[in-house]
Design a protein around this ligand. Sequence first.
Ligand SMILES: Nc1ncnc2c1ncn2[C@@H]1O[C@H](COP(=O)(O)OP(=O)(O)O)[C@@H](O)[C@H]1O
Ligand SMILES: [Mg+2]
Length: 132
Amino acid sequence: MVEETFVMIKPDGVKRRLIGEVIKRFEQKLMEIVDIKMKLLSREEAEKLYAMHRGKSFFEHLINYTTSGPVVLIKIRGEEAVMNCRIVVGETYPEKRKAGSIRGDFSPFLTENVVHASSSKEDAKRELSIFF
Ligand SMILES: Nc1ncnc2c1ncn2[C@@H]1O[C@H](COP(=O)(O)OP(=O)(O)O)[C@@H](O)[C@H]1O
Ligand SMILES: [Mg+2]
């Protein structure tokens, strides 16, 4: 089923000039960019995006990182887009990442991992509503 989800190129991805590389990988999986914008997120926006992680040990670090430079906010559409964009992104934990995924190919770090994609249909709806 065709659906929409939310993808974000994080500050390290933008700083490393990976915008084109990242978008290419979603497009080659037949995902369609529906809307896109670049923005330096406020603390409030970052905390809203990562609300489910509030209270965890890494929350402050995550918010500081997410607001450390501009990000690219993307509304994307495609077949089972939530699942397929997660596959393109790769795993959360470095030891589980496969080569061929964005994180597997570009990040050895847990926090600085180039790209975000919503992890469920509910999250996709909520996260898209914050930025679009
Ligand atoms: N244990 C951790 N220590 C530091 N940063 C973390 C940790 N877990 C997750 N993060 C950071 O927080 C983001 C959100 O975490 P999570 O939703 O669990 O992962 P994902 O981005 O794969 O959905 C991760 O992409 C990563 O940047
Ligand atoms: Mg997540």
